[in-house]
Design a protein around this ligand. Structure first.
Ligand code: AMP
Ligand code: GLY
Length: 421
């Protein structure tokens, strides 16, 4: 079959790499792709936020299956458009994608199905929000209600920080995403991510992971899109996982179906675990980036069968063929990320890397200039390793990261510190 993947980051490189291992894939096109993806698949420059252009492209190229990587096309209704035109697509429809695009919507759904999460309140008037902080005190978490490219969350350790965050958000610092503010109880504990395929009715766990959001070693400094991840997440033991499915994910799926907006695609539950009890931090309606890289490294070609069954509503028939393995990915970022990103520096040594089922250098923000690979974004490469133990996966990932000749790149040396002890 002919398959189209929408997106051009490390997540989509990993998806493409896994899909190509499945003999069902005859032709793979990725839009827009990147320099690494271009080495294994065709790339197209169609506008992934233009649903009509995508539809025309699918018709012209006899596409049988569309996998949507990032949230923006999902929020833009690409799956609604494709499904109504008779195409099979992986991802939620627009109404279900609200689980990521509106934080207050997610909180209402959690309340309706009694899923454990932080206590919360929503405000559109700054005076009311400030008064709420005066009553609750700090630490407290202040969030722009809408999609703010991962930047609209302020974990305020003092009341002053919380007041400032309210003024920033309602004052327009995040545009329309900040027309209302959600204020949440600060949850203590250890974070982990759970990835679950959903076909509207049935669910299937496809992996757990932990990422490192902070730029600096020891998890310090500003938040980023993620500087590294590993799978599985040791904190999500079988018991905690079962509790998260029974109390959070399955009730959410049932509530979404009850509302007439069934959830399909991958649901990414960000969890906070304290004393063995999971609570929901947030949902995303897509694979995490870089978490997808470690999940695909572990799933390989079966990922396509799982995503197809998910889109066809046949998840009940599927099982994941788990290997007792571990994977780790280390993000190589351009110097200055996340504040500024210097683009255009040349990356050498990629052709000489040993890549196989245990070592993969996924590209995130790369392009080509005069036949050379150059950095085009903040997060640029994902050195990914798989092994029988997390230590082995780590050693393989870092061996790849160290083998790249890119003086303008930086990466953390301590990915996995919590799990490796
Ligand atoms: P989000 O974009 O909602 O995932 O928030 C980004 C990060 O902020 C999360 O990964 C957590 O580390 C932190 N965070 C968000 N909400 C809370 C909360 N209620 N309590 C503690 N930390 C939170
Ligand atoms: N790595 C976090 C995310 O994809 O949202």
């Amino acid at each position: 079959m002919n398959i189209l993947i929408l997106g051009g980051g490390g997540r989509e490189h990993a998806l493409a790499w896994a899909v190509l291992q499945n003999p069902k894939c005859d032709r793979l096109i990725v839009a827009p792709g990147n320099a690494g993806i271009a080495q294994i698949a065709e790339c197209s420059n169609i506008d992934i936020l233009d649903n009509t252009e995508i539809l025309d492209f699918c018709e012209e190229n006899s596409i049988s299956f569309i996998i949507v990587g990032p949230e923006a096309p999902l929020e833009n209704g690409v799956v609604d458009m494709l499904t109504e035109a008779g195409f099979l697509a992986f991802g939620p429809r627009q109404a279900a994608a609200r689980l990521e695009s509106s934080k207050s919507f997610t909180k209402e759904v959690c309340d309706a199905c009694s899923a454990p999460t932080a206590a919360w309140a929503r405000f559109t008037e700054a005076a009311d929000a400030h008064a709420y902080i005066d009553r609750t005190g700090a630490p407290i978490v202040v969030k722009a209600d809408g999609l703010a490219a991962g930047k609209g969350v302020i974990v305020a350790m003092s009341e002053q920080e919380a007041h400032n965050a309210i003024d920033d958000i309602l004052g327009g610092a995040f545009g329309a995403a900040g027309s209302s503010v959600v204020i949440e109880e600060f949850m203590e504990g250890e974070e982990a991510s759970l990835f679950v395929l959903c076909d509207g009715t049935d669910t299937l766990v496809v992996g757990t992971a932990q990422d490192h959001k902070r730029i600096g070693e020891g998890d310090t400094g500003p938040n980023t899109g993620g500087m590294g991840a590993y799978s599985p997440a040791p904190v999500l033991t079988d018991t905690v996982l079962a509790a998260a499915m029974d109390q959070i994910v399955n009730p959410t799926i049932a509530e979404m179906a009850r509302r007439g907006t069934p959830y399909t695609g991958v649901l990414y539950a960000g969890l906070m675990i304290e004393d063995g009890r999971p609570r929901l931090v947030e949902y995303n309606v897509r694979f995490g980036d870089p978490e997808c890289q470690v999940l695909m490294m572990r799933l390989g070609g079966q990922a396509l069968d799982l995503m197809l069954a998910c889109a066809e509503g046949k998840l009940a028939e599927m099982r994941v063929n788990w290997a007792p393995d571990h994977a780790m990915t280390v993000v190589l970022a351009a110097k200055g990320y996340p504040e500024t990103t210097e683009k255009g520096s040349v990356i050498k040594g990629l052709d000489a890397l040993k890549e196989d089922a245990f070592h993969m250098m996924f590209h995130a923000g790369t392009g080509t200039r005069d036949g050379q690979v150059i950095a085009t974004g903040g997060r640029v490469l994902n050195a990914t390793g798989r092994g029988a133990t997390l230590q082995e996966a780590r050693d393989r990932a870092y061996a790849l990261a160290d083998a790249v000749d890119w003086p303008d790149g930086v990466f953390r040396r301590d990915i996995g510190w919590r799990a490796l002890g």
